[in-house]
Design a binder for this molecule. Structure first.
Ligand SMILES: *Cc1c(COP(=O)(O)O)cnc(C)c1O
Length: 412
C-alpha cells in the first residue's frame, strides 16, 4: 500500500487503548515494568548490550528513550521514503546539529552546499570550527565531477566524513545534483577506506517529491516545523535514513535529550494524514502563482526549483531527482529593499512571517530576516539580493493569492 493509505493506522492497534480509533497522547514520563527481570532486559536492549530476538519490540522505559507517540510517528514517517527508520527531534536545528555531532569529530571535514538555512549556516561556521571540524563549501555552480577528482588526490579528501546538501536551497531554490554527490561519497570511501555519509536537508520537497536515499544518501533531514506539520503550530525536526545512521543518531539523542514531546508527536502524526493532499495542493497553487509573478512587470526574476528561469543545467538536475517544483518561490522586485518592503507591508492574505510549508501563505525578506546572519559578500555572490522576497504558498484559493500579490506589486 502507498504511504498515504497507511498514515491513519500504521503502527497503532486500537486494543492498546480502549479501542480508541486514534492513538491517544501518552503524556507520561515513565512506564511500569511488568517485573524486575523485564526491566533488566529492556535496559540491556535499549543500551545495545543485548540483541533483540526476532520480532521483539523494545520495552518502554522512560520518555526520553521512547514513548508510543514518538515511536508511531517515526514508523509512519519512515514509510514515505522507504527508509529503515526515522528519529524525531524537538526542532529542525536539533535534528541537523545532532547529525553533525554524530558523524563529525575533531579533525574531520564537512563538505557542505551553500547557501543553506540560516541556522545551519550559523552552526557550521560558528560552532563546528570551535571543536576542530574543518568546513568546506560547494555551490550549485561547482563542477562536482572535478571536485571528486581533486579530493580523491588530496589529503583533505581523507578527512571528509560527512557530505551535506540542502536542495532546493533556502532561499535561492538552487538544486544540487544528488546523483553526483552519491558518486563523490562512494569515490572518497573507496579511495581512502573511510566511512563517508551523505545527508540531505529535504525540507523543501521531501518526503513526497524528493527521496535522496534513491541517490545514495544515508539520511534526509527535516525541519518538521514546515511541510510535515503544515499548520504553523509546532516546532519539530526529523531525520529519516538507513538503520545504521538512525541507530547512531538515536544513541546521541538519548543523551542530548532532544527528542520531541508526546504532544508534539501526536500533532505531527495527525499532520501526516494530510501531508500528500496538502503538499499537492500547495504545489498546484505555486504553479499558478509563479506564472503570475513571471508576467508582472515589477518582478525582475523568479527563483523556483527546476524552473526555466534557473537555467538548463538546473532544470536537468531537478528532473533527474525531483517529481515536483514544490511550493517555495523566491522572486526579485525592481527597486531593491524599498520595493520588497512595500510589497511585504501591503500583503493582506499572505502573512509577513518567517517559516514555510504551512496551510497559510507566508512571505519574508531573506536578506534581512532568515539570512541576516550570513556575511553580505557571501549573500551577494549567491544572488541572494535585498530585492528578494521568499514566498511559501499555502492551500488558499489560487486566484485570491494572485489578487493579493497583484495589488501589492501594483503599488510599486
Ligand atoms: C526551518 C528550517 C530549518 C530549521 O528548522 P527549525 O524547525 O526551525 O529548527 C532547517 N532547514 C530548513 C531548510 C528550514 O527551512
Amino acid at each position: 500500500m502507498q504511504p498515504e493509505s497507511l498514515m491513519m493506522t500504521h503502527g497503532y492497534v486500537p486494543e492498546w487503548s480502549e479501542n480508541a480509533v486514534k492513538c491517544p497522547i501518552y503524556q507520561t514520563s515513565t512506564f511500569v515494568f511488568p517485573n524486575a527481570e523485564a526491566g533488566k532486559r529492556f535496559f540491556a536492549l535499549a543500551y545495545g548490550k543485548l540483541e533483540p530476538n526476532s520480532g521483539e519490540q523494545p520495552g518502554l522505559i522512560y520518555s526520553r528513550l521512547n514513548n508510543p507517540n514518538l515511536q508511531i510517528l517515526e514508523e509512519r514517517l519512515a514509510l514515505w521514503e522507504q527508509a529503515d527508520g526515522a528519529a524525531v527531534f524537538e526542532s529542525g536545528m536539533s535534528a541537523i546539529s545532532t547529525v553533525f555531532l554524530t558523524f563529525l569529530k575533531p579533525g574531520d571535514r564537512l563538505l557542505i552546499s551553500n547557501p543553506v538555512y540560516g541556522g545551519t549556516h550559523h552552526f557550521v561556521h560558528h560552532y563546528l570550527p570551535s571543536i576542530g571540524v574543518h568546513v568546506e563549501h560547494f555551490t550549485a555552480d561547482t563542477d562536482l565531477a572535478a571536485l571528486q577528482k581533486e579530493l580523491c588526490a588530496d589529503p583533505r579528501g581523507a578527512q571528509i566524513k560527512l557530505i551535506y546538501a540542502e536542495t532546493p536551497a533556502n532561499p535561492t531554490n538552487d538544486v544540487i545534483d544528488l546523483k553526483a554527490l552519491g558518486a563523490l561519497k562512494k569515490a572518497l570511501a573507496a579511495q581512502f577506506g573511510t566511512e563517508v555519509r551523505l545527508a540531505v536537508d529535504n525540507t523543501y520537497l521531501g518526503p513526497i517529491w524528493q527521496k535522496p536515499m534513491e541517490f545514495g544518501a544515508d539520511m534526509s533531514c527535516y525541519s518538521a516545523t514546515k511541510f510535515l506539520s503544515g499548520h504553523s503550530d509546532l516546532i519539530a525536526g526529523a531525520v529519516t535514513g538507513t538503520a545504521e545512521s538512525i541507530t547512531a543518531i538515536k544513541t546521541l539523542r538519548t543523551f542530548l535529550g532532544n527528542m520531541a514531546s508526546p504532544n508534539t508527536c501526536w500533532l505531527l502524526t495527525r499532520s501526516l494524514e494530510t501531508l500528500k493532499i496538502r503538499m499537492t495542493r500547495q504545489a498546484e497553487n505555486a504553479l499558478h502563482v509563479v506564472r503570475f509573478l513571471e508576467s508582472h512587470p515589477k518582478v525582475s526574476r523568479v527563483y523556483f526549483p527546476g524552473w526555466a528561469s534557473q537555467g538548463d543545467e538546473q532544470v536537468r538536475i531537478h528532473q533527474q531527482q525531483s517529481s515536483s517544483h514544490g511550493a517555495m518561490i523566491s522572486f526579485d522586485v525592481l527597486g531593491g529593499e524599498a520595493s520588497a518592503f512595500t510589497v511585504l507591508n501591503n500583503l493582506h492574505l499572505v502573512k509577513l512571517a518567517v517559516s514555510l510549508g504551512s496551510n497559510e501563505s507566508l512571505a519574508q525578506h531573506p536578506y534581512h530576516m532568515t539570512h541576516a546572519d550570513m556575511p553580505e559578500d557571501e549573500k551577494n555572490s549567491l544572488h541572494l539580493t535585498d530585492a528578494m522576497i521568499r514566498l511559501s504558498v499555502g492551500i488558499e484559493d489560487p486566484e485570491d493569492l494572485i489578487h493579493d500579490l497583484r495589488q501589492a506589486l501594483d503599488l510599486l
